[in-house]
Design a protein around this ligand. Structure first.
Ligand SMILES: NC(=O)c1ccc[n+]([C@@H]2O[C@H](COP(=O)([O-])OP(=O)(O)OC[C@H]3O[C@@H](n4cnc5c(N)ncnc54)[C@H](O)[C@@H]3O)[C@@H](O)[C@H]2O)c1
Length: 254
C-alpha cells in the first residue's frame, strides 16, 4: 500500500497511464490469489470485485496491456499474471537495499513477501557501528560507510529508507549519488531528488488519518440520520394529534 508520488509524467512512455500502473499491483495480488487456488479463468467482474476496482476501469486498464479476455470465458489467470508481472518489471530480479535497520527496517527485512515478488534484499545498512555484522533475517547488517560499494557491487537500483526523519535526506542523497534511481521512503519527511529518480512514500499514519476522516463523516451521517428520524417522528405525532377539526392523520387506520 504505497502512497505518495512518483516523479514521472501522468502517462508513461509506452502509453500506459500512471493511474493504470498504480492499479496493476492490485490486479496482480487478486490474480495471484486465484492462481494459488488453481482457478484457470476469471471474469472482469469477479476480478474487479477482488481487486476493489470498477470493472469498466479494469477492462480499460487491460486494453493497455493488449489483453481483452474471451467473451463468455473471461481472462486466462496465468497469462494475465505473466503479462502484468512483465509490465511491472517483476519478471526480473530486483536487488533492494534497506537503510535503517531499527524496528521498521528489521520488520521489512523479515517480510517474506518481497522475495516472492521478485525483490531480493541484497543488503541491510545501518549507521550504528554496534549493529555491523549482526544478522537480521539471516543477513548481516553492514555499516553506512559501505553504502556506495554495496550499491555498486550489487547493481542496486531500489533503496528503502527506514531511518529517522532527520537522516532520510542525507541517506537519500547518498543512495542517488551511488546510482539508486527508485526510493521507497518510510521516514516522515518529503525527499527532494533529481529528475529521473522515483520516490514512493509510505505513511501509515496518513492512511489512519484518512480513515479517521471517514469515521468522523460516518458518525456525522449517523447523527444526522438519528436527528431526521426524530424530526419525522415528531412530525408524525403532530399530524396524528390534530383534533377532529384538523386534517386527516398522515397514516389512516386500516
Ligand atoms: N511510514 C510508516 O508508516 C512508518 C511506520 C513506522 C515508522 N516509520 C518511520 O520509520 C523510521 C524508522 O522507525 P523505527 O521505529 O524503525 O526507528 P528505530 O529508531 O527503531 O530505527 C532507526 C534506525 O535507523 C538507524 N539510522 C539512524 N541514522 C541513520 C543513517 N544516517 N543511516 C543509516 N541508518 C541510520 C538507527 O541506527 C536505527 O537502527 C522513522 O522515520 C519512523 O518515523 C514510518
Amino acid at each position: 500500500m504505497a502512497t505518495g508520488r512518483t516523479h514521472r509524467p501522468a502517462t508513461r512512455s509506452r502509453g500506459i497511464p500512471e493511474a493504470t500502473v498504480a492499479r496493476l499491483p492490485l490486479y496482480l495480488r487478486a490474480l495471484t490469489a486465484l492462481s494459488e487456488r488453481s482457478v484457470p479463468t476469471v471474469s472482469s467482474e469477479e476480478l474487479a470485485a477482488a481487486a476493489g476496482v470498477n470493472s469498466a476501469k479494469l477492462r480499460k486498464d487491460f486494453s493497455y496491456l493488449g489483453s481483452y479476455g474471451t467473451r463468455g470465458v473471461g481472462y486466462d489467470v496465468e497469462y494475465l499474471v505473466y503479462q502484468i508481472s512483465r509490465e511491472l518489471g517483476l519478471t526480473q530480479d530486483w536487488p533492494v537495499v534497506i537503510v535503517g535497520i531499527g524496528n521498521l527496517g528489521a520488520a521489512l527485512a523479515n517480510y517474506g513477501g518481497f522475495a516472492s515478488r521478485g525483490f531480493r534484499v541484497a543488503a541491510l545498512i545501518d549507521a550504528d557501528p554496534a549493529m555491523a555484522g549482526k544478522p537480521v533475517a539471516g543477513i548481516p547488517v553492514q555499516h553506512t560507510d559501505e553504502l556506495e560499494k554495496i550499491i555498486k557491487d550489487n547493481g542496486v537500483s531500489i533503496g528503502v529508507i527506514a531511518t529517522p526523519a532527520g537522516a532520510a535526506q542525507p541517506v537519500c542523497d547518498r543512495l542517488v549519488a551511488a546510482g539508486v534511481t527508485s526510493i521507497l521512503n518510510f521516514a516522515p519527511t518529503v525527499l527532494s531528488v533529481p529528475d529521473g529518480v522515483d520516490v514512493r512514500k509510505v505513511d501509515l499514519s496518513i492512511e489512519l488519518q484518512i480513515l479517521a476522516f471517514h469515521e468522523q463523516r460516518k458518525a456525522g451521517e449517523e447523527a444526522a440520520g438519528t436527528e431526521s428520524a426524530a424530526a419525522a417522528a415528531v412530525a408524525r405525532n403532530d399530524s396524528a394529534e390534530q383534533g377532529p377539526d384538523g386534517d386527516v392523520p398522515a397514516v389512516m387506520p386500516a
